[in-house]
Design a protein around this ligand. Structure first.
Ligand SMILES: *[C@@H]1O[C@H](CO)[C@@H](O)[C@H](O)[C@H]1NC(C)=O
Length: 288
């Protein structure tokens, strides 16, 4: 996205951030559970939105010995159908930042996929972006959530991603609709609303792996080749959230660049590195 880059985005790097309240939607997901302790270690408080009572203890455990405070909010995202439904959640958690890390599981039926990945996501994005005290939203999506062949992928890579999308077609459609709306709303708040401090970030992993963090990734406009561990995705999300200069689409795959360096590069490079390049921006930015 070609925003101007205001001076506070540069200065923000040098100013230590005051503790924040985070609403983490989909808190029981594997990446979310890896991200939670990293946020708590910053003395940030986390409200972890989870689906059932049965998940409560596992989440509260993540707060043991941490300076930040963890809390849970039990809500089935399938019941979040409107912006007003989402507003109830925002009003309870009173977050500074919102992280969307939810997703219907791969085995879900289409009804659940559209209810969670599209309708609940869109409702929460609408409510969050329109809340002035929420200054940052990071959504974890998927590198394949795009409609155009990016110039930095080969023909084979584009075919492979289209094939992979066809195997999870409902998830692909639901997620890309939510991603595009979020992108439009975030841009409108910055460009038309004049809120240049607002950050709308889409972190978009390719194939995910379990196991130890490598501390190295490929970030920004990257190729779909190597899998990335959820632990590395969580570390990158944590780093992106701690900066004032990151927004737009950042794809992430396994790679060789140290996480600190990769995030610094994406935050400070001019022109900006944005994986939205190649998409139909006029169409996306006009979505309502
Ligand atoms: C985090 O929670 C603690 C304990 O309730 C509270 O004292 C602190 O002010 C909270 N931090 C923020 C940033 O609101």
């Amino acid at each position: 996205m070609s925003y101007s880059f205001p001076i506070h985005r540069v200065l923000g790097i040098f100013i230590k951030m005051a503790p924040k309240n985070i609403l983490l939607i989909g808190g029981h997901g594997r990446t979310a559970q890896l991200l939670t302790p990293l946020l708590l270690a910053r003395s940030w408080n986390v409200t972890s939105l989870i689906r059932t009572e049965a998940q409560r203890d596992a989440i509260l455990q993540l707060g043991k010995g941490q300076p930040g405070k963890i809390d849970v909010l039990i809500i089935d995202l399938e019941t979040v159908k409107t912006e007003d439904d989402a507003r109830v959640i925002i009003d309870r958690a009173r977050p500074d930042y919102v992280v969307w890390a939810a997703g219907a599981s791969g085995k879900s039926d289409p009804k659940t996929i559209y209810a969670v990945d599209r309708d609940a996501a869109k409702s929460l994005f609408r409510a969050s972006v329109s809340t002035p005290t929420i200054t940052k939203i990071l959504s974890i999506s998927h590198l394949g959530s795009r409609k155009a062949h990016p110039s930095w992928w080969s023909e084979e890579e584009w075919k492979y991603i289209q094939y992979a999308n066809s195997l999870h077609y409902d998830t692909y459609l639901a997620k890309s609709e939510a991603d595009e709306l979020f992108t439009a709303l975030a841009r409108r708040r910055v460009v038309e609303g004049g809120d240049e401090a607002f950050q709308g970030i889409l972190l978009r992993p390719g194939r995910l792996a379990d196991g130890e963090a490598e501390g190295k990734v490929d970030l920004g406009q990257c190729r779909p080749g190597r899998p990335v561990t959820r632990a590395d995705v969580a570390m990158v999300a944590n780093e992106l959230l701690a900066r004032e200069d990151t927004w737009g689409w950042a794809d992430i795959a396994g790679g060789d660049e140290g996480i600190g360096h990769a995030v610094e590069r994406v935050g400070t490079s001019r022109p900006r590195v944005d994986a939205i390049e190649g998409e139909d921006l006029d169409r996306i930015y006009s979505l309502k």
